[in-house]
Design a protein around this ligand. Structure first.
Ligand SMILES: [Zn+2]
Length: 303
């Protein structure tokens, strides 16, 4: 192993933008499912191409509640493999469909996983809400999760363009009332105005991606003034075509604007780059020095 990789590997790290059941490494996955025989592409045809791959290929393996639990279990193990000490990963509320529609069973599974690994990693689950989840479920299952005390954050994701977030205002207010950290996916494929709109509506503490803020000084200033952290995933952005070349990734300009940014994996099983590898790529492409990477890393380790 070369010296920069060794140095980065040795750093205690954090991953704060991750979707738990998709966060296992391909190596851990192959060990757990030796007969799955899946070829993971290096690029997906945008968000819809990624969703097609999940439904068409991955979900042929993840069939039962036991599989979902396995997928989440290897995700935590994979984070530990990479010397990740803090893992904030979302658990999709819609996964209840694998557990006979019992959100209680999902909550119990997450609690068991937390306890299983608590001596090795600080696993802080976010409640993950897909914008396409029926609102009725959002306000029944979602609220149960918020009140369970098992989740420490909330995250909202799915299609970004043309989606009205007003129905989620009340949910975010409840999450805040229960002390959950608030995150929202926006500005990966949608423009800087959608970022401003999301901030005004949901007032989140952190944005997942938010990279299109780079197109507007005003939006960047808004993020800076409100001290909103951007949890960015460079390899995911490249694999989905949100960014064409790593050398031109907006993360540098956002960082130079003074915005607090972190580097994360998003979906390790799909994008195949650990936190160590993400940092190494940023260093190799000369976007960040090792000292700056240490700063990015400490940004992520700060709760
Ligand atoms: Zn994400």
């Amino acid at each position: 192993m070369n010296s920069i990789l060794t140095k980065i590997q040795a750093l205690p790290k954090a991953d704060v933008h991750s979707h738990l059941h998709l966060a296992g490494s391909q190596k851990r996955f192959a060990e757990r499912y030796p007969n799955a025989n899946i070829t993971f592409p290096s690029r997906y045809n945008g968000l819809s191409g990624m969703i097609d791959f999940i439904y068409g290929t991955l979900n042929k393996v993840m069939i039962t509640s036991e599989d979902v639990t396995n997928f989440m279990d290897i995700a935590i193990q994979s984070a530990i493999d990479d010397n990740v000490k803090l893992l904030e990963a979302s658990v999709d509320a819609g996964l209840a469909r694998f557990f006979d529609n019992s959100i209680d069973a999902v909550i119990e599974t997450v609690q068991t996983l937390k306890e299983r690994y608590n001596s090795e990693i600080d696993f802080k689950p976010d409640l993950g809400i897909n914008k396409d989840l029926a609102l009725e479920k959002v306000y029944s299952d979602g609220v149960k999760c918020i009140k369970s005390g098992v989740f420490t954050g909330i995250d909202l994701y799915g299609q970004e363009v043309g989606k009205d977030l007003t129905p989620f205002v009340r949910l975010y207010d409840m999450a805040k009332d229960h002390g959950l950290k608030t995150k929202v996916h926006i500005g990966e494929f949608s423009d800087h105005l959608t970022i401003e709109n999301t901030i005004e509506l949901l007032n989140p503490q952190e944005l997942q991606h938010g990279i299109r803020a780079v197109d507007s000084e005003k939006t960047m200033d808004m993020i800076l003034e409100k001290k909103i952290r951007l949890n960015i995933c460079p390899t995911s952005n490249l694999s989905l075509g949100a960014v064409a070349h790593l050398e031109h990734h907006p993360v540098r300009k956002l960082f130079d604007h003074g915005i607090k940014v972190t580097i994360n994996t998003d979906d390790l099983i799909l994008f195949n780059a650990t936190i160590t590898e993400e940092y190494e790529k940023l260093w190799r492409s000369q976007l960040f020095t090792f000292e700056e990477i240490e700063l990015l890393n400490s940004n992520a380790l700060t709760l």
